[in-house]
Design a protein. Structure first.
Length: 376
């Protein structure tokens, strides 16, 4: 139980920082008019915000013991953002471009990098530093040690992915996926209940006893198309719902407030594609606060505790699922190989008898584990 409580506290701390940073990115979005003195003040605002952003990202790295390589990657990225702001020509177009590219962007290229190297079915766990040290301590031949050092250099590790990220939002999303896909970490949180949706993906209730979390689990519509769903209760007042494959990785944080009020905060890292793009004129998406310049969606609102679960389910239903994007992406200017893969993926998804070949449950000995780059 000690490990479970420790993990819950880490998750809780991460999502507090995560949600605060996402709100900060929204607050930093540029005004329509950035002419004259407004442009200089906005550039200063962007530049000054990077100090606290850097501290918060480093805090996440320290909380999960990601090591010095990851912290250096964060520092190098933030320094690059600072230099780009310094070199701006203070035009409205340039400042808006800097905001998008350094703060808000979620590019398809880097999302693919994250998907390919952070998603558990392709990222193989190997603690290279520990292995190398063990080889040295046991007197292994030098050529064996050299091979392990070379393997570390060639491996796709967390710090290398962060170095490829173009924005604060992409770094944050990398952390989100790296942490929430860390099956070893999830396994330390007590699993209370599980069920599967109609497509065979698991819906898991984890953490402490919590009435809101229990309602979310019981009333979660198993007919809704999605990947794995995690309902994690940190304590009596804080619950997290993570829904994979809707808006790429929909996250909803639920906080119990005074009396009968419940605060609901949601984040969608991708707005969709083609006909599935979320339209800001769609006022039925309650509490949306993102701006048109954003490439992601963030929203929040206060609900009555008796209505909260229904309103949360309504939000989930309005977020496009990832497989809806495949037909659109296959029509875009991509290589024949990529187009063939997209079309093949859509064909597989259209076969109702096909179910995922993994799930998050209590027997995960064969479940691939995340590769982690950590110092000892």
């Amino acid at each position: 139980m000690k490990d479970s409580n420790e993990t819950l506290n880490k998750f809780k701390h991460f999502f507090e920082i995560d949600m605060a940073l996402k709100q900060k990115l929204v607050n930093l979005a540029p005004a329509v008019d950035l002419s004259g003195d407004v442009a200089f003040k906005y550039a200063d605002k962007l530049y000054n915000s990077l100090s606290s952003i850097e501290r918060q990202l480093i805090d996440i790295a320290n909380t999960f013991d990601f090591g010095n390589d990851v912290k250096k990657a964060i520092q190098d990225s933030v320094e690059e953002y600072r230099n780009r702001i310094i070199k701006t020509d203070y035009s409205s177009a340039d400042l808006k471009r800097i905001y998008n590219e350094c703060f808000a962007m979620m590019s398809e290229k880097n999302l693919d990098l994250i998907r390919k190297n952070v998603f558990p079915y392709s990222m193989i766990y190997n603690d290279y530093d520990a292995t190398i040290q063990e080889l040295i301590d046991t007197g292994a031949e030098q050529w064996i040690i050299d091979e392990e050092i070379l393997a570390k250099k060639e491996a796709i590790t967390l710090d290398k992915i962060i170095n490829q990220c173009g924005s604060v939002n992409e770094i944050l999303h990398t952390f989100h996926d790296y942490i929430t896909y860390d099956v070893d970490l999830l396994r330390t949180i007590q699993t209370r209940k599980q069920k599967s949706n109609d497509e065979g993906y698991m819906i898991s209730l984890r953490g402490t006893e919590n009435a809101m979390a229990e309602q979310l689990f019981q009333k979660y519509d198993i007919s809704m198309s999605s990947g794995d769903v995690e309902v994690i209760s940190f304590d009596d007042n804080n619950t997290l719902l993570m829904c994979r494959d809707r808006g790429h990785a929909l996250t909803i944080e639920i906080q119990k407030k005074k009396d009968n009020e419940v605060g609901i905060y949601y984040f969608v890292p991708k707005m969709g594609a083609g006909d599935s793009v979320i339209d800001y004129s769609n006022t039925s998406l309650k509490g949306i606060s993102s701006k048109p310049e954003s490439t992601f969606i963030i929203g929040s609102f206060v609900s009555n505790k008796d209505l909260a679960v229904t309103e949360i389910m309504n939000i989930i239903k309005q977020i496009p699922n990832d497989k809806e994007m495949l037909p659109y992406l296959a029509t875009q200017n991509v290589s024949p190989e990529t187009k063939a893969l997209l079309e093949a993926g859509q064909a597989i998804l259209n076969q109702s008898e096909i179910s995922p070949d993994y799930s998050v449950d209590e027997n995960l000995e064969d479940y691939p584990k995340l590769e982690q780059s950590r110092t000892r």
